[in-house]
Design a protein around this ligand. Structure first.
Ligand code: GLY
Length: 385
């Protein structure tokens, strides 16, 4: 055991992606002694993501509670990013650029119109544009673009800078970081007593499980308590050279979405193109077919990207849940709190997840914002993700 007199930590956070690190940072700020366990912190899905913060553009039928949570988190992003930057000196690349969704053909246009009506019906801020209006905003768009929808409130953050800053903020705040793998939850008399790691054993009264797609792999969880999350593969490309030079505008100045692809331009000319959505288990290989499809779909929207340098291909495993919404709150045994299953919204939901889970840790009460996301909603729905 790591301690002589009792637990060294009030809380052990299993999983150091954007979610686990943000929770650890907030919980430590609230006065708790916190340890994060991860053998490669910040290098999972949080590293692979594109960093689009687009609750309105990505609002889907039947997911209104999730939309409300995403909007609440988007609202917090400005102050979350500022606080991180002030604490660590790391620019997290929070850019209030807006997002333009575009249609290449009549089918795309019909799909976009339907989504527009749905989003407007919910009172969300979005504007329908003709093809020429889209090109006025983004002159490098393909000439055949028929129309689009502009959402000025959907932004972006540089997810890699974000996890770098979160690691720095945790370190400065006094969060312990163990580069190790959690293998088993230790349960005594029906409550959490600690976590067994590959190279250590920790005693603690509370464990936050934020292991993303790997959350269900922790052994020792009571029958029926393994979070029903599964890996959903996403492949992405990184390009470079899209910044304007010699008075020329940048190739792209805001997030751009087609029906099957999105492009996220960084201020320094990097461009992230994503992403596939594949049910392939824990396979994290980048495939030639995915690169082909992503490049073809992106090229159809923005032909000028053919001139850019392809610098990286990357794959991440999103933690998908049965209803695409996260699992947030207490589970069995007592002392186990889940913060996982964020699926396509892990980067966006980091601020609201961190604030609410830290509040739950400190007060023992479930904040109203996450009451509808209890892991127990799946308890009677049968096993498996
Ligand atoms: N949120 C975008 C993605 O998961 O690909």
């Amino acid at each position: 055991m790591s301690t002589g007199w009792g637990p060294a930590d009030d809380v052990v956070v299993v999983g150091g992606g954007a979610i686990g690190l943000a929770i650890a940072w907030r919980a430590r700020a609230a006065g708790l002694r916190v340890c994060v366990v991860d053998d490669a912190p910040g290098r999972g899905a949080s590293w692979a993501a594109a960093g689009m913060l687009a609750p309105v553009t990505e609002a889907h039928y039947g997911e209104e509670p999730l939309l409300r949570l995403c909007l609440a988190s988007a609202e917090r992003y400005g102050s979350f990013a500022r606080e991180l930057e002030e604490t660590t000196g790391v620019d997290v690349g929070y850019r209030r650029t807006g997002t333009l969704s575009v249609a290449r053909d009549r089918d795309d246009q019909e799909a976009l119109d339907e989504l527009f009506d749905y989003r407007r019906g919910l009172g969300l801020e979005c504007e329908r544009l003709r093809g020429r209006e889209c090109r006025r905003l983004e002159p490098a768009l393909a000439p055949g673009i028929r129309g689009g929808v502009l959402v000025t409130g959907d932004h972006q953050v540089d997810n890699r800078a974000l996890v770098t800053a979160l690691l720095g903020a945790c370190e400065r705040a006094g969060v312990r970081l163990l580069r190790d793998r959690a293998v088993e939850l230790i349960v005594q008399r029906d409550r959490v007593a600690g976590v067994r790691l590959r190279h250590d054993t920790l005693t603690c009264p509370t464990v936050v499980l934020s292991g993303g797609a790997w959350s269900a792999q922790l052994s020792g969880l009571p029958a029926g308590s393994a979070p029903p999350v599964r890996p959903v593969k996403g492949q992405l490309l990184h390009l470079r050279g899209a910044a304007g030079t010699g008075g020329e505008p940048a190739l792209l100045s805001r997030n751009l979405r087609g029906l099957d692809v999105y492009l996220v331009p960084r201020a320094d000319g990097r461009l992230v193109v994503g992403a596939t959505v594949e049910e392939q288990g824990f396979d994290d290989r980048v495939t030639a077919g995915a690169v082909l499809e992503l490049l073809r779909d992106a090229y159809e929207l923005l032909p000028g990207l053919a001139e850019l340098e392809l610098t990286e291909t990357v794959c991440g495993l999103r933690p998908g849940s049965r209803d695409n919404a996260p699992l947030l709150g207490g589970s069995d045994p007592e002392g186990l709190i889940l913060a996982t299953g964020h699926y396509r919204n892990g980067i966006l939901l980091a601020p609201v997840t961190a604030d609410t889970i830290a509040e739950l840790l400190v007060t023992g009460r479930v904040p109203a914002l996450i009451a509808g996301f209890s892991p127990r909603r799946f308890a009677t729905a049968g096993a498996g993700p």
